[in-house]
Write a protein that binds this ligand. Structure first.
Ligand code: DOR
Length: 445
């Protein structure tokens, strides 16, 4: 083969997750893209990765992380957050707008892109946060390069972003055409019930304050408004059996995300064992809800899994509830936790790839990512499905420095993270430098 035909990278000997399923073949990458699938044993390549006994998956896309830049970067910045991501096998992520200042306009988005340039380990895009003030401009803002779409908080959480009432929710849904992602908790009910915990309470009260009805009422309002305004929505971190029932009847307009922490932990045990480290919005609930989330995963109602990485320091988490902030770290543990569920037979590897690669690509209209095929970006999450490892706090790159899964033994581990043909993590070590780029979307091609 002439030098012209040489590959930048050949991954050989692995079990590769192609569009047709798992096949033993080699993958050739050039110029950041997959250019060949087949037998590349004797091909000329600048670099080779021996994937014998490993499984080569499409690069994992985490469509929900909260980093803290600009703002309280002592919790996380774009470099530390994306470093944790590649150590955990994530190649692409979408970052949330509840920073300080919030990402609600074009200059704030441009500022985030500038900060990420040369500092991000992963490919990335940013959400624009909806507010009553910018509602009518969202149609223009959502189309800016580097924007993955609009995020609307219908219930108050970390930060100041909030669109609580039907009139303003409708204004947001009327402005623009891309799918709107939503934190669905009814703020009126949250405020009405805040007195339950305001003077101090045990953290196990968190799912009682932010109860099932708080989530269901909001999701019902959202679906009615989405239908009335002909707008597609993506309901983030769904936590209740009741919402899954409703969402299963609205698949024509609503896609659904669930989180590894809601699939793995359950109340009251998580609060007894972890205290405020298990506190997040919407809350981790009893086992009947966790079971219903699994049923929805396997019924196909769920479209994708994100981490909702939401770092807060241990010192902040040690404040008495409810002054303790809500959120768990997660971007680094998404792949090991979900592979462990695959090993336990709770979902298939095919479903894992659908939920963590193809799902986000389909929902957000990502250009050139989400599957291993010629012409697609050469993004790979190489995993050892049999590796037994223990998740520990000292493995966590987040500035927060902890994980709710410290001490958990898992089966399945990310062995390498490859982004557009560049190996950026191998055997738990970072390689090269921060080559992350802005994600491209079909609508803005
Ligand atoms: O628990 C949460 N933490 N839920 C959210 O909606 C926001 C997040 C954060 O940014 O801390």
């Amino acid at each position: 083969m002439s030098q012209n035909n040489a590959f930048d990278l050949v991954i050989h000997g692995g079990n590769v997750f192609t569009a047709g399923g798992l096949v033993m073949l080699d993958v050739g990458a050039r110029g950041g893209k997959v250019v060949a699938l087949g037998n590349l044993k004797s091909a000329v390549a600048a670099a080779r990765y021996d994937a014998a006994n490993l499984t080569v998956l499409p690069g994992v896309i985490d469509e929900q992380v909260h980093f803290r830049e600009p703002g309280p970067v002592h919790k996380e910045d774009l470099e530390s957050g994306t470093r944790g991501a590649v150590l955990g096998g994530v190649t692409t992520l979408f970052e949330m707008p509840n920073t300080d200042p919030a990402t609600t306009n074009a200059p704030a988005l441009a500022d985030k892109i500038k900060r990420a340039t040369g500092r991000s380990w992963t490919d990335y895009a940013f959400y624009i946060g909806a507010s009553p003030e910018n509602a009518d401009q969202l149609g223009e803002l959502e189309r800016l390069p580097g924007c993955c779409g609009i995020k609307m908080f219908m219930g108050s959480s970390t930060g100041t972003l909030l669109v609580a009432d039907d009139e303003n929710v409708a204004r947001v849904l009327k402005s623009g055409s891309r799918r709107v992602t939503v934190h669905s908790e009814d703020d009126m009910r949250l405020q009405e019930r805040a007195a339950m915990v305001a003077g101090g309470a045990d953290v196990s009260m968190h799912p009682q304050w932010r109860d099932v009805e708080t989530a269901v009422r909001s999701t019902q309002r959202l679906l009615a408004l989405a239908r009335a305004n002909h707008r597609r929505v993506h309901v983030l971190h769904v936590t209740t059996a009741e919402e899954m029932e409703i969402l299963g009847q609205n698949k024509d307009i609503a896609t659904v995300e669930v989180l590894p922490q809601h699939l793995t932990l359950a109340a009251p045990e998580c609060y007894e064992r972890l205290g405020t480290l298990a506190q997040m919005n919407p809350p981790i609930r009893e086992a009947r809800h966790r079971d219903a989330l699994w049923a929805a995963v396997n019924a196909g109602i769920v479209d994708c899994i994100g981490s909702d990485h939401a770092p807060h320091t241990l010192e902040e988490k040690a404040k008495p509830y409810p002054r303790s902030p809500s959120g768990l770290t997660g971007v680094q543990t998404l792949v090991p936790l979900m592979l462990d569920h695959v090993a336990a037979g709770r979902l298939t590897l095919e479903r894992f790839v659908d939920l963590t690669c193809a799902g986000a690509a389909r929902i957000f209209g990502i250009a050139g990512k989400g599957r291993i095929a010629v012409g697609y970006d050469a993004d790979f999450t190489v995993v050892d499905l049999k590796a037994k490892r223990t998740i520990t706090n000292d493995w966590i790159a987040s500035r927060a420095g902890w994980t709710a899964f410290d001490g958990m033994e898992v089966t399945g581990w990310p062995k390498a993270t490859i982004i557009r043909g560049n190996i950026v993590m191998r055997d738990d070590q970072l390689l090269g430098k921060q080559i992350g780029e802005v994600v491209r979307f079909q609508e803005t091609l």
